[in-house]
Design a protein around this ligand. Structure first.
Ligand code: ADP
Ligand code: ASP
Ligand code: MG
Length: 408
C-alpha cells in the first residue's frame, strides 16, 4: 500500500491511513506500506535549497529531500503502534534499495529484501520512506519527483506481492487530469502500455518508472483514493475492450522547455555531437525536429524538462561554439498535449482529427511527435488547458452526467 502526499498531509490523515492499513491486516493480508512526504514538503525543501544556493549540489538536494519521506514513515509507524499494530519505519537504505548514482533521478538497480521479509515474518508492518535509495558510494539518492510510486512497485516486485495499491487523492486513473478537465471519466481498467505513455507524457497520477516496473514484471497495480471506497482503476494486461477505444486518455505536460540551436552546418555528425554531449550530462531529450537546410545550414529544435533548461542551454552553447553553429534560443512558455490509446494501432485518421481540433481553436502546432500508441503536439502554454478540453471532447471522452467523479 502506497500513500501519496495528500493522504499523509496532517496527523488526522495519517491516523486515517493507519486505519486503512489496519483493515488490510485484519483481512488477513501481510502489508508493506510506502509513504510520500507530507503534501508540499518536498517543494518547501527545494525552495529552501534555492534560498541557500542558486545551483545547489545535487547530492545535497537528495540528502535534504529524502528527509520528507522519513518524517511520514516514522509518524505512520507511531500511529499504527498506538492502535496496537506492531510497526516499524525504514529509510530506503535500511530496506536495501540500491540505485545508480544519478542524483535527483536515480534508477533502482537492485533490492535486498531480507530486512523487510524478516519484519513481515515477525508480524511487523514495515513503513518504508518512499522516493529514496542508496548509491554505490553509499550516498542517499532520490528517484525523481513522484518517485514514491516507484519505490512501492519495486518493493512489490522484490517481495513477489500479490498486488500493489497506490492510494492517492483521486479515485483512479481518468481519461484526463480530472482537476483540469472536469468532464474526464474514470477508467475501470487501463493497459500497462497506455498507462506508461500517459505517465511519461505528464499524467502525474503514477510515476512512469513505477509503470515500467509493473509492466516488466506483470505486477497488478491498482490506483485508488484514500478518501473514498471507490474500487479505483486496475492497470493490467491489454484486453479486447481496451482496443475498441481509439483514444484512452489525454495528457498535458507543462514541464517542457524548447531549445533551438540555429544555423547548424549541414554536415554528418554534428547532431550526434550535440546529443551525445547532452546525454553524457544526463539531460533527457524528448522531441527533436531538424528543419530543412538552407545554404547548408539547419536549425535543430528539441525539448527537455523545464528544470533542465538552464543546464541544457549552457551545454548547447558550448557545443554550438565548437561546431560553428549560431545562437541558441529557448522558450519555456510551451506545453505538450498528447493523446494515448492502443486503439490507434488499428484506426486511421487519428492524427488528422487531433490537428483539426487544435486548428478549429486557432491553436498553432510547434512540434509533433508520434509513436504507435500516442500523438504529441507542442503548443503555446496559454492554450494548454483549452487544448486538453477540446481534444478530450473531440475523441468522445467526455462524461455525460454531472456530479463529482473525483471524490466518488
Ligand atoms: P500523490 O501525492 O498521491 O502521489 P499526485 O499529485 O502525484 O498524488 O498524483 C495525483 C494527481 O494526478 C491528481 O490529483 C490529478 O490532478 C493528477 N492527474 C493527472 N493526470 C491524471 C489522470 N489521467 N487521472 C487521474 N489523475 C491525474
Ligand atoms: N515527495 C516526492 C515528491 O513530491 C516523491 C513523491 O511524492 O512520490 O516528488
Ligand atoms: Mg505522486
Amino acid at each position: 500500500m502506497k500513500f501519496g502526499g495528500t493522504s499523509v498531509s496532517n496527523i488526522e490523515r495519517i491516523r486515517h491511513v493507519a486505519d486503512l492499513v489496519e483493515e488490510e491486516c485484519l483481512a488477513g493480508n501481510e502489508v508493506v506500506v510506502v509513504v510520500s512526504a507530507m503534501a508540499g514538503d518536498t517543494d518547501r525543501l527545494i525552495r529552501l535549497a534555492h534560498e541557500v544556493s542558486p545551483e545547489p549540489p545535487e547530492r545535497e538536494i537528495d540528502m535534504l529531500l529524502s528527509s520528507g519521506e522519513r518524517i511520514t514513515s516514522a509518524l505512520l509507524a507511531m500511529a499504527l503502534t498506538t492502535k496496537g499494530r506492531m510497526s516499524r519505519s525504514f529509510s530506503g537504505r535500511q530496506v536495501g534499495i540500491h540505485t545508480d548514482s544519478t542524483h535527483t533521478k536515480a534508477r533502482i538497480e537492485h533490492i535486498e529484501s531480507g530486512r523487510l521479509l524478516g519484519a513481515l515474518s515477525a508480524g511487523v508492518v514495515p513503513v518504508v520512506a518512499g522516493f529514496q535509495g542508496i548509491s554505490p558510494s553509499e550516498d542517499v539518492t532520490t528517484l525523481g519527483r513522484g518517485g514514491s510510486d516507484t519505490t512501492a512497485v519495486a518493493l512489490a516486485v522484490a517481495l513477489s506481492a500479490d498486488r500493489c495499491d497506490i492510494y492517492t487523492d483521486v479515485t483512479g486513473v481518468f481519461t484526463a487530469d480530472p482537476n483540469m478537465v472536469p468532464r474526464a471519466r474514470k477508467l475501470d481498467r487501463i493497459s500497462y502500455e497506455e498507462m506508461l505513455e500517459m505517465a511519461a507524457l505528464g499524467a502525474k497520477v503514477l510515476h512512469s518508472r513505477s509503470v515500467e516496473f509493473a509492466m516488466r514484471y506483470r505486477m497488478p497495480l491498482r490506483v485508488l483514493s484514500t478518501f473514498s471506497k471507490d474500487p479505483g482503476t486496475l492497470v493490467t494486461e491489454e484486453d479486447k475492450k481496451m482496443e475498441q477505444m481509439v483514444v484512452s486518455g489525454v495528457t498535458l505536460d507543462r514541464n517542457q522547455a524548447q531549445i533551438v540551436v540555429c544555423d547548424v552546418p549541414d554536415r554528418p555528425g554534428l547532431a550526434a555531437t550535440l546529443f551525445r554531449e547532452l546525454s553524457d550530462n544526463a539531460v533527457i531529450v524528448d522531441m527533436i525536429v531538424q528543419n530543412v537546410g538552407q545554404d547548408h545550414l539547419t536549425d535543430i529544435s528539441f525539448t527537455v524538462p523545464r528544470s533542465e533548461a538552464r543546464k541544457t542551454i549552457r551545454i548547447a552553447q558550448e557545443v554550438a561554439k565548437r561546431i560553428g553553429a549560431g545562437e541558441v534560443r529557448s522558450r519555456e512558455d510551451i506545453s505538450k498535449i498528447s493523446i494515448v490509446g492502443v486503439g490507434m494501432r488499428s484506426h486511421s485518421g487519428v492524427a488528422a482529427r487531433m490537428f483539426e481540433t487544435l486548428a478549429s481553436e486557432g491553436i498553432n502546432i510547434l512540434m509533433i511527435s508520434t509513436s504507435e500508441i500516442k500523438i504529441s503536439c507542442l503548443i503555446d502554454e496559454k492554450y494548454g488547458e483549452l487544448a486538453a478540453r477540446v481534444v478530450h471532447q473531440s475523441f468522445g471522452l467526455d462524461r455525460a452526467e454531472s456530479g463529482d467523479p473525483v471524490r466518488g
